[in-house]
Design a protein around this ligand. Structure first.
Ligand code: ADP
Length: 244
């Protein structure tokens, strides 16, 4: 479902991604962990081409981009529609209701008819436990509720893959669980997911594979029990010791 080869990204002289390779099978949940500044967010943003890598190839489902050559704009848009992104700070439109936020992608980007999209958007909001909040504006919702709108919005474009960038790190601790539950439900339904998170419990419980990144490279990868209980690399051990 996802294939990444030789991904490189620099910001001016700062080399943030130094050659990342990754394969994710359909239905797999991959959790990315690593110290702050190791390139996790940049990797996720390159993965859905919000950020344009300097080198490398990416494929999502059956759309591929080769950043070693020139990128066709139409293809770039088609590529981006394969994935739904959930951001740390929700990124909802403040002047739109929960329902309107969820409808935005399909109506504006995919030009689907409004009535049909509204039906689907309501089902998605019900799915994330917000069936009674269609007409609420973001400022009337808690952080956890806003993030669940964010997840419904990402799902509305019917992506093949869901990408989560620290989806719970802006939340008060008591609101983290409700968002993780929605993510676990999605994983159990067979959604292919790549998740950057500091929630090690989620990684242990929901990940098929855990990837430890440091300094712009993948240092170690494996099943959760391999990474958490029996890490092989010194850098992984040091990081886990610091956070556990
Ligand atoms: P992580 O998600 O692991 O904390 P990031 O991908 O956010 O790491 O950042 C990796 C490095 O890239 C950091 O040093 C950060 O300051 C830098 N960086 C990220 N985005 C930009 C940008 N748009 N412009 C310049 N530097 C950036």
């Amino acid at each position: 479902m996802i294939t990444i080869n030789g991904l490189h990204k620099k910001f001016d002289k700062l080399e943030v991604l130094k050659g990342i390779d990754l394969n994710v099978e359909q239905g797999q949940v991959v959790v990315l962990i690593g110290p702050s500044g190791s390139g996790k967010t940049t990797f996720l943003r390159c993965l859905n081409a919000l950020e344009i890598p300097d080198q490398g190839k990416v494929s999502l489902s059956d759309v591929s981009l080769d950043f070693n050559g020139k990128i066709n704009k139409q293809k770039l848009l088609q590529y981006r529609r394969q994935s739904g992104m959930v951001f740390q700070n929700y990124n909802l439109f403040p002047h739109k209701t929960a329902l309107e936020n969820v409808m935005e992608g399909p109506v504006i980007v995919k030009k689907e008819p409004k009535a049909k999209v509204a039906e689907r958007a309501k089902i998605l909001l019900e799915k994330v436990g917000l069936g009674d909040k269609f007409d609420y504006y973001p400022h009337q919702l808690s952080g956890g509720q806003q993030q669940r709108v964010g997840i419904a919005r990402a799902l509305a474009i019917e992506p093949k893959v869901m990408l989560f960038d620290e989806p719970t790190s802006a939340l008060d601790p008591e609101l983290v669980g409700e968002v993780l539950k929605v993510m676990k439900d999605l994983a159990n339904e067979g959604m292919t997911m790549v998740v950057v998170t500091h929630e090690m419990r989620f990684a242990k419980e929901a990940a098929d594979e855990v990837i430890f990144m440091d300094g712009g490279v993948i240092v170690e990868r494996g099943k959760p029990f391999q990474i958490f209980d029996n890490p092989q690399e010194e850098r992984t051990k040091r990081f886990l010791n610091m956070i556990q």
